[in-house]
Design a binder for this molecule. Structure first.
Ligand code: JF5
Length: 221
């Protein structure tokens, strides 16, 4: 998969996408990620990307010309253009699965200043990662890239893949334990050491349901 990111803060993207599974996916050639500076599509000496809002009021607004030019330079017929914003459709695991099947994603990172409304027409999809306001779309974009990358075929080992099932079933994960069998007085549930796989399965299903009922009843509807 190819992913382009259009941002005013390319430095933000150094670090989170250079470690762990995303780094592995990039090195393996499964993810071709390019972070691009929106200012590269300006034409004036000051590389202006914003302007004062029509109608007055505080703050600045991202102007349409650089973003339109950048998007026109970066898209092909196979590109899905995405914008991250608090007003977007809530991002979910099911959207992540859908995006993982795309050939090319292009993320537009808006910012606290807001953007000229006409920029919205460039995106097929506007996504939100939650009900709060961030300074810019960089972090939400990295969240989506992280969630999507682990779903790209070949990125997860077979071992790790099975893990995803939990969210497909719409429930939280059951509790996990490893050695030692007792740690600071806290014991591993007996059933997990019984070797009875049917019982273990049953216990895990019950625990997942219990945890979901207690913590996220909204998921069970
Ligand atoms: C942004 C205008 C983009 O703050 C966010 C965000 C919150 N949930 N999901 C995304 O994005 C940055 C802020 C203001 C456009």
């Amino acid at each position: 998969m190819k992913i382009d990111v259009l941002t005013l803060f390319p430095e933000m993207f150094v670090g989170p996408l250079d470690v762990s599974m995303v780094a592995r996916a990039r090195k393996a050639g499964l993810l071709d990620l390019r972070v691009r500076n929106l200012r590269d599509w300006t034409h004036d000496r000051h590389k202006t990307v914003d302007d004062r809002p029509f109608g007055g009021g505080p703050g600045m607004v991202l102007k349409p010309e650089p973003i339109f030019e950048a998007v026109e330079a970066l898209v092909s017929a196979k590109t899905r253009v995405l914008m991250m914003a608090p007003a977007g459709r809530p991002f979910t695991q099911s959207i992540a699965r859908e995006l993982a099947e795309q050939e090319h994603l292009l993320f537009l990172c808006g910012s606290y200043e807001g953007f000229d409304e006409r920029i919205r027409t460039l995106a097929q999809d506007e996504l939100s990662i939650g009900d709060y306001v961030l300074t810019n779309g960089g972090l939400p974009t990295m969240v989506v890239i992280d969630a999507v990358t682990r779903l790209i075929p070949g990125v997860l080992g077979d071992d790790e893949s099975a893990h995803d099932e939990s969210f497909s079933h719409g429930e939280l994960e059951y509790p996990h334990y490893t050695r030692p069998a007792e740690f600071r007085g806290m014991k591993v549930p007996e059933v997990l050491m019984s070797g009875n796989h049917a019982e273990i399965e049953k216990w895990r299903r019950e625990q997942a349901r219990l945890r979901t009922t207690e913590r996220r009843p909204d998921l069970l509807k």
